[in-house]
Design a protein around this ligand. Structure first.
Ligand SMILES: NC(=O)c1ccc[n+]([C@@H]2O[C@H](COP(=O)([O-])OP(=O)(O)OC[C@H]3O[C@@H](n4cnc5c(N)ncnc54)[C@H](OP(=O)(O)O)[C@@H]3O)[C@@H](O)[C@H]2O)c1
Length: 320
C-alpha cells in the first residue's frame, strides 16, 4: 500500500479557471443509465454508488503518463457514458497526469459528475508519497487541483492522513481547519477524510460536517467494519480504496469457490459483496481497461445469497 499524496507545485495562482458548469446553466447529465447499487447523497450532491477510481491511469508506480494515452482517455469517457457520476482522483497521481487526463477526456464536465480529490501529501523525486499537511501546503494542493482539473470549485476533497503503512493516530485539526476555511471561501464544496482512524473521523466531524471517509477496505481487510456501520447510521459515505486488493489482487479459496458457484469471477463477487455490505459504501474500482470497466459494472450487479455472504464473511477471519 502506498502513501498517495499530491505534489506541491510551485505554480502561482491560476489567473483564469474554467468553470465545471456550462455557460448559461444548461444541464448536461451523463446519462440516466442504471448502475448496480443505485445512488447515494454526498451532501447536496448525489452519485451513483458505482464509481471509478482513476489512479490506475498513470504510468507504472503511479508516475508519469500512461503507455496508452488514448486508451486512458477512452476509459474515462466510457465510465461517464456508462452512467458513472463519481470519479476519484488526486493531484499526486502522475503527479498531475491523471487530473489532466480527466480534464482532457471530460471537460466541460457533465453537471451530475462529482470529481473527488485528495490533499495532504506530495510526491518526491524517488516516487515516494511524503505527507504535506501544513496549511500552506494544503492551500497549494487545493490550488493545484483546481488548476489541473479546470474548475472553480472542487466537489469533494479528502484530507489524506497517515502514511504508507496506514492510518496513524495523530491530531488532524490544523490541516482539516485549513480545508474548512477553503470550504467557507467557496473553493471546496464538500469535505472528507482518508486513511483515517475512527478517532480522526470523529475529530474531523467535531470541526465540520464530512460527507465521506475513504479508507482501505475489502473482503479481506475489514478493520473498519464498526466504522462502516457508524457512518451508515450517520448518513456518511464510506468509500473503500483497494476494493479489488489494489496492487495485490484479492485471492482466497472462499472467494474463488463462491465465484465458481455463481459462474462469475472473484473480482465481480468482491465488488458485489461491497454493495451488499452497507448502503453507504461507494465503489471506486480502478482499471486502465475499458473491458474491465464493463466487466466490473456487470459483475457488481451479482445477487449474493445468505449462504454466499456467510462464506465470504470467513475470508477476513476473526481478527478484523
Ligand atoms: N485514499 C487513498 O489513500 C487511496 C489509496 C489507493 C487508491 N485510492 C483510490 O482507490 C481507487 C481504487 O484502488 P486501486 O485502483 O488502486 O485498486 P483496486 O480497484 O482494488 O484494483 C485495481 C487493479 O485491479 C485490476 N482490475 C480491475 N478490474 C479488473 C477486472 N475486471 N479483471 C482483472 N483485473 C482487474 C486493475 O488492473 P487493470 O488496469 O488491468 O484493469 C488494477 O490492477 C484508486 O483508483 C484510487 O482512486 C485511494
Amino acid at each position: 500500500m502506498g502513501n498517495y499524496f499530491p505534489i506541491v507545485s510551485a505554480s502561482s495562482t491560476v489567473e483564469r479557471r474554467r468553470s465545471r458548469r456550462r455557460p448559461g446553466g444548461t444541464s448536461v447529465t451523463s446519462t440516466e443509465l442504471h448502475l448496480p447499487g443505485g445512488t447515494w447523497p454526498l451532501g447536496d450532491l448525489s452519485v451513483m454508488r458505482f464509481g471509478y477510481g482513476a489512479m490506475q491511469l498513470a504510468g507504472p508506480g503511479v508516475l508519469g503518463p500512461p503507455a496508452d494515452r488514448d486508451g486512458a482517455l477512452e476509459v474515462l469517457r466510457s465510465a461517464v457514458a456508462s452512467g458513472i457520476t463519481h470519479i476519484d482522483t488526486a493531484e499526486a497521481y502522475g503527479p498531475r497526469v491523471v487530473n489532466e487526463l480527466i480534464r482532457e477526456a471530460l471537460h466541460p464536465y457533465p453537471d451530475d459528475l462529482v470529481i473527488a480529490t485528495k490533499v495532504g501529501g506530495r510526491r518526491d523525486a524517488q516516487g515516494g508519497w511524503p505527507s504535506a499537511r501544513r496549511p500552506d501546503e494544503i492551500r497549494q494542493q487545493v490550488e493545484d487541483n483546481l488548476q489541473t482539473l479546470g474548475v472553480d470549485t472542487l466537489d469533494l476533497v479528502h484530507l489524506r492522513l497517515g502514511d504508507a503503512a496506514g492510518p496513524v493516530p495523530e491530531r488532524i485539526g490544523e490541516a482539516f481547519e485549513t480545508l474548512v476555511d477553503l470550504q467557507q471561501q467557496g473553493v471546496v464544496r464538500h469535505l472528507g477524510v482518508s486513511n483515517a482512524t475512527a478517532e480522526q473521523v470523529a475529530e474531523a466531524q467535531s470541526i465540520a460536517p464530512i460527507v465521506s471517509v475513504q479508507n482501505m477496505y475489502n473482503l479481506a481487510v475489514r478493520h473498519d467494519d464498526p466504522l462502516v456501520d457508524r457512518l451508515a447510521a450517520e448518513g456518511v459515505a464510506y468509500i473503500p480504496f483497494f476494493p479489488l486488493g489494489g496492487f495485490s489482487p484479492l485471492q482466497s479459496d472462499a472467494l474463488s469457490a463462491v465465484a465458481r458457484r455463481l459462474g462469475s469471477t472473484p473480482m465481480s463477487v468482491a465488488l458485489a459483496w461491497l454493495l451488499h455490505r452497507s448502503p453507504n459504501i461507494l465503489l471506486i474500482p480502478g482499471t486502465s481497461s475499458v473491458a474491465h470497466l464493463h466487466q466490473n459494472i456487470a459483475g457488481a450487479a451479482l445477487e449474493l445469497s445468505r449462504d454466499d455472504l456467510a462464506e465470504l464473511d470467513t475470508i477476513a477471519g476473526p481478527l478484523r
